[in-house]
Design a protein around this ligand. Structure first.
Ligand SMILES: [Zn+2]
Length: 284
């Protein structure tokens, strides 16, 4: 039980949680706090994401700063989960799953809308007659709008569920190998929060994230930033396993392998659900 987790639920006895502080990933990272908080990604943070009762302990993800507009919190969290993944996930604070689930659904909804734009615009340009019929033919417009109204949020829910499975598989692997005694092991909600906040990857690496990044930091910085995302799930998972389960080296690799299986099964289930939905839509 760390001090970060004691911010929720019933009052806990004093617990300095030195292990959490000892793996602070910001040690040695030179990030001007006034410009951008590398922990939560908010430029206005000013250290408010830290636990006031425990020095250097990350306590609030940007999405959970209710005082800031939702779109800034969404972008800051998605950005931190992708471009500062090791910093965010090594010290991810535990807490309620609800906000993380809302974040994942919102991020995936915008990611799905971005995908729709990237696929839809070229298709409309290639098949203008079909596009015109879908927009102006009453017999086609209704079914197309219904398919979009179900398909886009449906894809967001499906991708969020895949992230839940990924988070649970990391907990399965981490719990099996960790040397932490049972009382010190992180609660399963922390792994769920990891999986759900990792949904920020789908937003940032998609068209919406690329455009937002280009608008906020410029096209060159956007290309530089997105060029560093190779191996993102592996780096983020290893950082999380180190911070939450104190796993490094071979035990971390074994837990990572379990998470790969979880991600693989989640991908197959999500693909099967998409195929099933398409077949059902075509046969109804
Ligand atoms: Zn912050």
């Amino acid at each position: 039980m760390s001090a970060t987790r004691s911010t929720r639920g019933p009052p806990q006895p004093a617990d300095p949680a030195p292990e959490r502080q000892s793996v602070d990933p910001l040690d040695g990272v030179d990030v001007p706090a006034a410009v951008l908080c590398a922990r939560c990604g908010l430029s206005e943070c000013g250290g408010s994401c830290l636990d006031p009762r425990a020095s250097g302990v990350f306590a609030r993800v940007a999405w959970e700063h209710a005082e800031w507009p939702w779109h800034r919190r969404l972008f800051a969290t998605a950005r931190a989960s992708t471009l500062d993944c090791e910093v965010l996930f090594a010290s991810l604070p535990d807490g309620p799953v609800g906000p993380a689930l809302t974040f994942a659904l919102t991020a995936e909804l915008f990611a799905a809308l971005g995908l729709l734009g990237v696929l839809g615009v070229p298709l409309c340009a290639l098949f203008p007659d079909v596009a015109r019929a879908c927009l102006f033919d009453p017999a086609l417009r209704g079914p197309v709008l219904r398919a979009l109204a179900v398909g886009v949020p449906g894809l967001a829910v499906l991708l969020s569920l895949a992230h839940v499975l990924h988070g649970l598989s990391i907990d399965l692997g981490g719990r099996r190998d960790t040397a932490l005694d049972p009382a010190s092991r992180p609660s399963r909600t922390l792994a769920l929060r990891f999986g759900l906040y990792a949904a920020g990857w789908d937003l940032m690496i998609g068209p919406v994230g690329a455009v937002l990044l280009a608008l906020t930091v410029g096209p060159r910085a956007m290309i530089r930033g997105l060029a560093t995302v190779s191996g993102l799930p592996t780096r983020a998972t290893l950082a999380f396993l180190k911070g939450a389960y104190h796993l490094e080296g071979e035990p971390a690799r074994r837990a990572l392998l379990v998470s790969y299986w979880g991600a693989g099964i989640a991908t197959v289930l999500a693909a099967a659900a998409v195929v099933g939905a398409v077949v059902a839509a075509l046969t109804v």
